[in-house]
Design a protein around this ligand. Structure first.
Ligand SMILES: C[C@@]1(CC(=O)O)c2cc3[nH]c(cc4nc(cc5[nH]c(cc(n2)[C@H]1CCC(=O)O)[C@@](C)(CC(=O)O)[C@@H]5CCC(=O)O)C(CC(=O)O)=C4CCC(=O)O)c(CCC(=O)O)c3CC(=O)O
Ligand SMILES: NC(=O)C1=CN([C@@H]2O[C@H](COP(=O)(O)OP(=O)(O)OC[C@H]3O[C@@H](n4cnc5c(N)ncnc54)[C@H](O)[C@@H]3O)[C@@H](O)[C@H]2O)C=CC1
Length: 217
């Protein structure tokens, strides 16, 4: 089952600062969470993230998973190349009731990663083969990406941002679901809004949304 997890600003701990650790950090940086990386060594890209204060880093050689007890993570990702250590980390994380993942052990992980197309941090499209072939998931993602980047236009991204604005306003100002739904579709189909979005004028489009909302009362 593919779900879109809400990390809700919580702490995610990534153990291991190699290729897999970096991949996970890159994914997490598109999400709303705090990131702590624990590893005895890292690569340059990770060091850049630390310098830019995008992630916290603890340089540590681990023998076991006891260090986790000092934290209150929402999710723990074990990405070292030591299978035994990754397992201990997953066990400890589960004992602490957080989501646990090991890069080398789909059996014990609470979830798997899909191969994700990320368009402007606004639309995400995931390909999963359910663990059958990660390499094929990646290949299909690359094929699909060419198509999706043509189909999803800049205007669609603006419309999503405007819908976000309009739904928030609707939730406080329109009492029933059918009316809110009708309002959101009228925003999407409004010719004036379409024109404003074409020229990238989100501010004026928001003003027009509030006018439509006012007219509904
Ligand atoms: C189950 C899963 C759990 C998880 O880790 O999430 C998992 C597990 C494992 N992958 C392994 C190997 C490879 N993984 C990749 C690539 C990706 N792996 C990803 C996801 C997943 N990998 C989950 C299932 C997703 C699905 O089936 O759809 C992607 C999609 C997303 C991501 O990692 O973020 C990302 C592409 C991202 C992109 O670029 O778009 C490649 C290809 C390459 O590197 O070129 C290889 C080598 C070739 C191959 O094996 O296919 C091994 C080691 C096996 C061994 O030791 O031999 C394990 C562990 C095991 O199976 O035991
Ligand atoms: N899920 C997936 O898609 C994939 C999973 N893998 C698996 O992921 C594992 C990790 O792969 P890579 O990141 O490429 O390895 P890597 O060797 O690049 O990175 C391992 C990292 O763990 C750190 N580390 C190892 N032992 C440690 C300890 N005791 N204490 C603190 N830090 C420690 C190292 O310093 C290094 O930064 C591999 O075992 C492989 O089986 C590999 C490729 C894809």
């Amino acid at each position: 089952m593919i779900v879109d997890l809400n990390l809700g600003g919580n702490l995610v701990i990534v153990v291991g600062g190699g290729n897999e650790g970096l991949k996970k950090v890159n994914t997490l940086l598109t999400q709303d969470c705090k990131i702590l990386l624990v590893s005895d060594a890292t690569n340059r890209q990770i060091q850049n993230y630390v310098k830019q204060k995008k992630i916290a880093f603890k340089k540590m050689r681990l023998e076991n998973a006891n260090f986790l007890k000092k934290y209150k993570p929402f999710m723990v990702l074990a990405t070292t190349d030591d299978k035994e250590l990754n397992r201990k980390i997953v066990q400890q994380a589960k004992a602490m009731r957080c989501y646990a993942y090991a890069a080398d052990d789909p059996e014990v992980s609470d979830f798997a990663f899909g191969s994700v197309i990320n368009i402007d941090d606004t639309v995400q499209i995931a390909v999963s083969t359910g663990g059958r072939s990660p390499a094929m998931a990646r290949k299909l993602k690359l094929q699909a990406e060419q198509i999706f980047r043509k189909v999803i236009k800049k205007e669609d991204i603006y419309h999503i941002k405007l819908q976000d604005f309009a739904r928030r306003a609707a939730k406080t100002k329109i009492a029933t679901f059918p009316e809110r739904k009708k309002f959101l579709y009228s925003v999407m189909n409004d010719n004036h809004i379409k024109q404003l979005i074409q020229v990238g004028n989100l501010k004026k489009a928001q003003k027009r949304v509030m006018e439509i909302l006012g007219d509904m009362k």
